[in-house]
Design a binder for this molecule. Structure first.
Ligand SMILES: Nc1ncnc2c1ncn2[C@@H]1O[C@H](COP(=O)(O)OP(=O)(O)OP(=O)(O)O)[C@@H](O)[C@H]1O
Ligand SMILES: [Mg+2]
Length: 112
């Protein structure tokens, strides 16, 4: 199992979710976050001037998936969240050791 964690532009959420559901993704967590990337949150860099870091609002989505789904999920997020402009975000994939569905007691892939 893998945990796919992606930082995306907030307005892309619906499109990303619509692309994930048909792949068999059964659940998703979304958190409002703030962050910065290489441009330090600036949309312009003033010539030579010092510029401050500013945090821009983003959404973090987390989806736990069985290993065989991870490539399709990453691809779907990458395709739908992309505008081609700076700040489109990133996708991180983490190993997921355990999962438990609290109501039923199912574990691991059966819990997702
Ligand atoms: N190395 C990182 N670690 C953790 N979060 C990151 C990292 N890089 C980017 N992020 C998160 O992703 C968001 C979007 O990053 P962004 O897409 O601007 O990255 P970038 O490297 O600057 O790429 P681009 O040049 O396309 O803008 C940031 O606001 C931050 O929340
Ligand atoms: Mg950036």
């Amino acid at each position: 199992m893998k945990l796919v964690m992606a930082i995306i532009k907030p307005f892309k959420l619906d499109e990303v979710r619509e692309a994930l559901t048909p792949l068999g993704v059964q659940g998703l967590t979304v958190t409002e976050v703030k962050g910065f990337g290489r441009q330090k949150g600036q949309t312009e860099i003033y010539r030579g001037a010092e510029y401050q870091v500013s945090f821009l609002p983003k959404l973090k989505i987390e989806v736990a998936v069985p290993g065989e789904l991870v490539d399709a999920v990453v691809e779907a997020i990458a395709t739908t969240a992309r505008t081609g402009k700076i700040g489109d975000g990133k996708v991180f994939v983490l190993d997921l050791e355990r999962a438990l569905r609290i109501r039923t007691g199912e574990t691991d892939a059966g819990a997702l």
